[in-house]
Design a protein around this ligand. Structure first.
Ligand SMILES: NC(=O)c1ccc[n+]([C@@H]2O[C@H](COP(=O)([O-])OP(=O)(O)OC[C@H]3O[C@@H](n4cnc5c(N)ncnc54)[C@H](OP(=O)(O)O)[C@@H]3O)[C@@H](O)[C@H]2O)c1
Length: 254
């Protein structure tokens, strides 16, 4: 009989998170998925035969974290944890309010770290777990106009690097995956905003973006999900504490 394996995936109803949920289900993991509204994704995953439970709520809310911990305790184990959420608003430094700093710090930094911290005793008891957070190529190469993303993700990468160093002896492997330009709603919204600002078409902005990428195309959610799924599975035996790019060669600095 196949060993029972449980994966908890936040931000898993769309885009890269959803693609990862499908791949983990195909690998035989039982899923706990989270986002603010998981109903459609859970239904679709069940149609593929996956065992799925949805927990609705923002990763920035303490009540969501509590509900996720309770769900893992009910299952009695956790083998894989994906820390993900939607991207923050595209806003320049001078336009981000104090309230927005607090909201997005809760969602992008405190929420993921709290969830990991509170699940760690269970992972330590098992002496194994794989953890991945989704970040962004902008951690290594910050872009103007997205200060929330540039800064909060950089803090998360370094916090997780620290956790990876401290928890490796408990069999807990922790990595961050940094997408480049991936064809999801996020990139559509992003490029539409630049098009509106510059009074040009979204297609022109898309073409300009594609010219920046050595592989000359946007990535697909599955391109990123494939690496995340590998890192979250037991096939990953020796990679931890890394921030790995899936960006079509976009970032040239190491
Ligand atoms: N696509 C790219 O090119 C790109 C590039 C660099 C970095 N990234 C980053 O990679 C991550 C995933 O990107 P994506 O393109 O897959 O995004 P996406 O298609 O917008 O999906 C985001 C997922 O997160 C969920 N979510 C949103 N806010 C949440 C919250 N507060 N708490 C829990 N879940 C939440 C969404 O579902 P609900 O609406 O149901 O909550 C959805 O399932 C994002 O952080 C994004 O900024 C993406």
């Amino acid at each position: 009989m196949m060993e029972r394996k449980i994966a908890l995936l936040t931000g898993a109803s769309k885009g890269i998170g959803y693609a990862t949920a499908e791949m983990m289900a195909k690998k035989g993991y039982e899923l706990i998925i989270n986002s603010r509204n998981t109903a459609d994704a859970a239904k679709k995953l069940r149609e593929y035969g996956a065992v799925v439970e949805g927990v609705d709520g923002s990763l920035g809310d303490a009540a969501t974290i509590k509900a996720l911990i309770a769900k893992v305790e009910e299952k009695g184990q956790i083998d894989a944890l994906l820390l993900n959420h939607g991207g923050p608003p595209v806003k320049p430094f001078m336009e981000v309010s104090n309230a927005e700093w607090e909201t997005y710090t809760s969602i992008m930094l405190h929420g993921p770290l709290r969830l990991l911290r509170e699940l760690t005793p269970i992972m330590q008891k098992q002496q194994k777990c794989r953890v991945v957070a989704i970040g962004s190529f902008t951690v290594k190469s910050p872009r103007a106009g997205i200060v929330l993303s540039n800064s909060l993700r950089a803090a998360l990468v370094n916090a997780l690097k620290t956790a990876a160093m401290e928890l490796g002896s408990d069999g807990i492997l922790i990595n961050t995956v940094a997408p480049g330009y991936i064809a999801t709603q996020r990139i559509l919204d992003f490029n539409q905003r630049y098009a509106d600002q510059e009074n040009i078409s979204k297609e022109e902005v898309d073409q300009r973006t594609i010219q920046e990428i050595p592989l000359k195309k946007f990535g697909e959610p599955e391109d990123v999900a494939a690496l995340i799924t590998f890192l979250l599975s037991e096939e990953n035996q020796y990679i931890t504490g890394q921030n790995i790019h899936v960006d079509g060669g976009l970032i040239t600095a190491n």
